[in-house]
Design a protein around this ligand. Structure first.
Ligand code: NAD
Ligand code: AHE
Ligand code: ZN
Length: 350
């Protein structure tokens, strides 16, 4: 166990939309209930770009972005019992304390214990940052800040995983892949034979379309993207039908309703565009179609539809981290990846 300040390299976002600056950052030792992690691999999620753009109402600068990563515990603060130095971990922006009203409810994967601190870029203990550059504090981001060789996270935000798992691959289980899988398995609970429309074929949309829907044996999937290069990538995920809104004059919801004998059973918005969220709801079948909002829309943006769409049986839902309880279920997803099996994990604990 080592308790000293570390000087390591991080990519600091000093201002919205300005290039990240590679800096020597001082990373303070973990305090009680905190874990310092050496980040070995980090990916880029659209949400990092969204906050960097300055459109996130919770975005604070200067900060260290990044929340889709994997690494090794370097040291732990007082009272930390569930991980120790050397453990392989995935930082979890959606915490799981197992004690708060949210965690105990069995109804949600949201956790309330540290959300108030992570939303303002600090740690719970002293409401301060563990990062600084020449004495200037740098805000944390989403309680993870993985664009850094070392980071400090709350113990409730770290999932201990199989040490054999390849960290360069399972880092994706920190956000995009579970979000897409869980949107299908946990939030929509798509049944076999369902007709599904997926708007946006980035990491999240591909996770919905690939393993997510295949595991649910959907027979028809309509994938929508304006970037046709994404279609080639999606074919590798077994996708066969594509719709490019730019090829149609009619609104995309009408195109899909016409193509699917009245609308799809499920749709997923994986872009973060409020007009498309509306289209995703309105392409659903009257009486039962369910649309899941996964995309994150900018500050000030609002969704709209005619209430009649809901009165006539369509359902509008949203999902955060695919409804997975992070510390419990991320290690299960890693195990599933290691076993290369394609089954749903155990249901959320009550
Ligand atoms: P991404 O940038 O990899 O993919 C977005 C895709 O949308 C791209 O393929 C792009 O070509 C396509 N697109 C953009 N505009 C379009 C349009 N008008 N019509 C059709 N397609 C369009 O993003 P990602 O990392 O997969 O994330 C997707 C969204 O989900 C983002 O808003 C992100 O912030 C959000 N997100 C939410 C959660 C959650 O827990 N709810 C988790 C992860 C990501
Ligand atoms: N600060 C943003 C929040 C955006 C948002 O909804 N984030 C998702 C995760 S995106 C991961 O790539 C989420 O889990 N939200 C639940 C939570 O507690 O933040 C904003 O727009 O205000
Ligand atoms: Zn993300």
């Amino acid at each position: 166990q080592r308790y000293y300040y570390l000087y390591y390299v991080s990519a600091v976002a000093y201002e919205a939309n300005k290039p990240l600056v590679i800096e020597d950052v001082e990373v303070a030792p973990p305090q009680a209930g905190e874990v310092r992690v050496q980040i070995l691999f980090t990916a880029l999620c659209h949400t990092d770009a969204y906050t960097w753009s300055g459109k996130d109402p919770e975005g604070l600068f200067p900060c260290i972005l990044g929340h889709e990563a994997a690494g090794i515990v370097e040291s732990v603060g007082e009272g930390v019992t569930e991980v120790k130095p050397g453990d392989h971990v995935i930082p979890c922006y959606q915490a799981e304390c197992k004690e708060c009203k949210f965690c105990k409810s069995g109804k949600t994967n949201l956790c309330g214990k540290i959300r108030g601190a992570t939303g303002v870029g600090v740690m719970m203990n002293d409401r301060k940052s563990r990062f600084s550059v020449k004495g200037t504090p740098i805000y944390h981001f989403m309680g993870t800040s993985t664009f850094s060789q070392y980071t400090v996270v709350h113990d409730v935000s770290v999932a201990k995983i199989d040490p054999q798992a390849p960290l360069e691959k399972v880092c994706l289980l920190g956000c995009g892949v579970p979000t897409g899988l869980g949107a299908v398995w946990n939030t929509a609970k798509v049944e076999a034979g369902s007709n599904v429309a997926i708007f946006g074929l980035g990491t999240v949309g591909l996770a919905v379309s690939g393993r997510g829907c295949k595991s649910s044996w959907c027979c028809t999937n309509n994938r929508i993207d304006i970037d046709t290069r994404k279609f080639d990538r999606a074919k590798e995920f077994g996708v066969t039908e594509f719709v490019n809104p730019k090829d149609h004059e009619k609104p995309i919801q009408q195109v899909l309703v016409d193509m699917t004998d009245g609308g799809v059973d499920y749709s997923f918005e994986c872009i973060g565009n409020v007009s498309i969220m509306r289209a995703a709801l309105e392409c659903c079948h009257k009486g039962w179609g369910t649309s899941v909002i996964v995309g994150v829309a900018a500050s000030g943006q609002e969704i709209a539809t005619r209430p009649f769409q809901l009165v006539t049986g369509r359902v509008w839902k949203g999902t955060a981290f695919g409804g997975f309880k992070s510390r419990t279920q991320v290690p299960q997803l890693v195990d599933k990846y290691m076993k290369k099996v394609n089954q749903t994990p155990t249901p959320n604990p009550k």
